[in-house]
Design a binder for this molecule. Structure first.
Ligand SMILES: NC(=O)c1ccc[n+]([C@@H]2O[C@H](COP(=O)([O-])OP(=O)(O)OC[C@H]3O[C@@H](n4cnc5c(N)ncnc54)[C@H](O)[C@@H]3O)[C@@H](O)[C@H]2O)c1
Length: 314
């Protein structure tokens, strides 16, 4: 099958590209390298350094590659940036997504798989984790953009019968996550601790997130691709882990004597974020396989290896 992955030079997208190639598919990557990295691009994938918002750019690539499946992972990924500059966020995450969907219609694409967000769109849970029917109440322009993507997918299905799956990810972590971005607390902590610095925990550290390992996310994508399912699916563990706990697991892999620093709480930050992923479990028999401790150990190992390769450590 011919697969086009937008955002394939990024964290999640690059892992997906490897999986599609390993399974014998042909892969083209579209990425403007704004947060993605050249070194993440698989040598067997054809790479187009193109911005998804650039008129004409996508049209030429679709005409050349004739993809059957499009995995849409390119996005403006910073919640903070989306609050500072909602117009830019909407340009990439809403208009960019619509442009891509239009090209899918022109090129007769069979299926689109979209990286949506469980963490950024649901109302903060008081009791049980939200299912896909949970109340949508995004608190950032980023969340609004991701939810718009879901709505446009449904619209394109109704009007054009463009088959789609939207995967609403919880907090994804793992090797290749950017340790210098604002999100990705595991990557940020691992990088700081390996440098011998003390990471800052915002607020009490008792805030919880649903951490799902990147290989499990890739598996969810691959099942969605294979089963030719349609609709919206939460992708998470249904379990909450506090930021303090994440710190202590990571410190445990490096030096258990290390201690965090505490800074002021981030304004507007949710205390809890978790999703109910029973629909994908029922429909696609997907369930997370990598425990948080194991996932963090693998993440720290990969950061150590990267530092050794780049010569950051003797
Ligand atoms: N990491 C998470 O926890 C998480 C959670 C929910 C949803 N997501 C979604 O998953 C996707 C991948 O996120 P990630 O964590 O791998 O981030 P990432 O920043 O590593 O990947 C995003 C990629 O998109 C590319 N990109 C950005 N704007 C572009 C544009 N205009 N044209 C072409 N390429 C562009 C970037 O260069 C980068 O390679 C995103 O859509 C993100 O919103 C991620």
């Amino acid at each position: 099958m011919k697969v086009l992955v937008t955002g394939g030079a990024g964290f999640i997208g690059s892992h997906l590209v490897s999986r599609f190639l390993d399974e014998g598919h042909t892969v083209a990557v579209v990425d403007n390298l704004s947060t993605g990295k050249q070194k993440n691009i698989h040598p067997k994938a054809r790479f187009y350094k193109v911005d998804i918002t650039r008129p004409g750019g996508l049209r030429r690539i679709f005409a050349k590659e004739k993809p059957e499946v499009v995995s849409h992972h390119a996005a403006q990924v910073s919640v903070w940036q989306s609050v500072q500059n909602p117009v830019f966020d909407a340009r990439v995450n809403i208009l960019g997504t619509i442009s891509l969907l239009q090209e899918c219609i022109v090129a007769n694409v069979r299926q689109v798989i979209f990286a949506s967000s469980g963490g950024a769109i649901y109302r903060e849970p008081k009791t049980t984790p939200p299912s896909e029917r949970g109340v949508v109440e995004p608190l950032s322009a980023y969340g609004i953009g991701k939810f718009s993507g879901d709505l446009y997918l449904r619209y394109f299905w109704h009007i054009y019968r463009l088959n789609y799956v939207s995967l609403r990810y919880a907090n994804v972590y793992g090797p290749r996550q950017d340790p210098f971005g604002e999100a990705g607390v595991a990557a940020i902590f691992a990088e700081k601790l390996l440098k011998g610095e003390s990471p800052v925990i915002n607020g009490s550290g008792k805030q919880t997130r649903d951490f799902v390992y990147v290989d499990d996310v890739v598996e969810a994508n691959y099942r969605a691709f294979h089963a030719k399912a349609r609709g919206i699916f939460n992708v998470g563990t249904g379990k909450e882990t506090s930021i303090r706990k994440i710190f202590s697991y990571i410190a445990g892999c490096i030096d258990p004597m290390l201690k965090p620093s505490f800074g002021p709480a981030k304004q507007g930050e949710a205390m809890r974020s978790v999703v109910d992923a029973s629909r994908i479990r029922r429909t696609l028999s997907w369930k997370p396989r990598v425990s948080i401790k194991e996932g963090l150990r693998r993440t720290v190992d990969s950061f150590k290896a990267e530092r050794t390769q780049s010569g950051s450590v003797a």
